[in-house]
Design a protein around this ligand. Structure first.
Ligand code: CUA
Length: 155
């Protein structure tokens, strides 16, 4: 049986690409430590409010110009709803949800997280520019999704 030259070339190209992708996967997962999210802290969503630090949601100062925001997303609000920090602060958000999947996006910043029930998400960002940054939920979470919002006020 004769296989057309182009067809043969295409088969070899496909095989070569498979090998390259396979090698890339092996290198990134072994030598570079790139992997699927593992080692994620998971809590029982129903118990979140009893487990530290989520038993005391809010903003606290943890160093010079460093703050920690323990945040809970639930239908349909963020707790705390308002975060006040001085300009130049580095803020670490530690967040989760108690019910369904919510999102947390602080507009104008790199803070863009998914709040998965009971799964603890972290993200750090430095707010240099004073102003009011809207916090919005960007995962559709039910009839009150559009009212699920808050503010980061940088003074
Ligand atoms: Cu919470 Cu949309």
């Amino acid at each position: 049986m004769r296989v057309h030259l182009y067809e043969r070339a295409f088969l070899w190209l496909g095989a070569a690409m498979l090998i390259v992708f396979g090698i890339t996967l092996i290198i990134t997962s072994t030598a570079m430590g790139i992997h699927l999210p593992g080692n994620v802290q998971r809590l029982d969503p129903a118990q979140v409010r009893e487990i530290p630090p989520f038993d005391e949601p809010g903003v606290r100062q943890i160093g010079e110009n460093r703050y920690e925001v323990v945040l809970i997303g639930f239908a349909w609000a963020f707790q705390p709803r308002e975060i006040r920090i001085p300009a130049g602060s580095e803020v670490t958000f530690i967040a989760t949800s108690t019910d369904v999947i919510h999102g947390l996006h602080v507009q104008g910043s790199r803070v863009n997280m998914m709040l998965i029930p009971g799964q603890v998400a972290r993200n750090t960002y430095r707010f240099d520019k004073p102003g009011t940054y809207q916090m919005v939920c960007h995962e559709f979470c039910g009839s009150g999704h559009h009212i699920m919002a808050g503010e980061v006020i940088v003074q």
